[in-house]
Design a protein around this ligand. Sequence first.
Ligand SMILES: [Ca+2]
Ligand SMILES: [Ca+2]
Length: 299
Amino acid sequence: MEKWIGKKWLGAAACVLSITIMVGYAGAASNVAALGGAEAERVMKEEIMVKKEAKEKRMREKREIQEMKKAGWNITFLDNFEGELLDPTKWDHAPEWQRKDGYWSDEEAFLDGKGNLIIQVSERDGKYYSGAVTTSGIFEQAYGYYEMRAKIPKVEGFWTAFWLMTDGAHTVGNEGKDGTEIDIVETPFAYMDNDTVVHAMHWDGYEADHKSAAAYPVVPGIYEGFHTFALEWNKDEYIYYIDGNETWRSSAGGVSEVPAFVQITAEVGKWGGNIGNAVLPAQMVVDYVRVYESKENKQ
Ligand SMILES: [Ca+2]
Ligand SMILES: [Ca+2]
């Protein structure tokens, strides 16, 4: 009996062993298949997540524009930089010419196909090239609310700028009322790790009569990730915002009364440090630009 039991147990044990081995093989085989399946599933889930996030982003953007409308601001210019090519009904490349220590080049301003405008700085044959886009001759507005969402690189030797410009900024006399260069944000100190940006106005030309006013707000983490940079330009003053928080207000030079065009540029020059220390190419990534007009403060 004991022997039989022993045999039986032995047999049962062998059977369990063989089942284990079979299960083991089957398990290994299904693990290989599962690995492929899991990878495919991971990729699929990731794609669904990316699409979901993109949809949520679009809805959030629409909601933000709706909220501005409720507050009395109608959108007059919007570019989310979707698609493959810069929209010629909204932007032009700024003229290719020497700017300080670099050259503006069409090649350095382009869409990344992921919903962003790239403003790049590159070195080619010892020369420095940077991107610049403008709405000059396409879109101009006096007063309003101007906003850009962008990620600024921490690279030495150049600065990015989101600014409003008009030919009137060159006209001497009548303060800045007949035209002011309004620098919503400039970033010459990005490489210094001091979290400082520049807001500025320039008027009465760029020679002996040149006048300007500027502020240098410190915003912790401003050179990490995306941020919004905005200006409210009304008949009384200019109000600057970063991430929705007021960073400066001023009516220096008298407030400009003439339409201006929008520019997003990178400038190579010593104000931004030594370009020789830069790791290039470097990119500013712009998610969107929005311009609104106030019902109460139309031009
Ligand atoms: Ca003037
Ligand atoms: Ca975008």
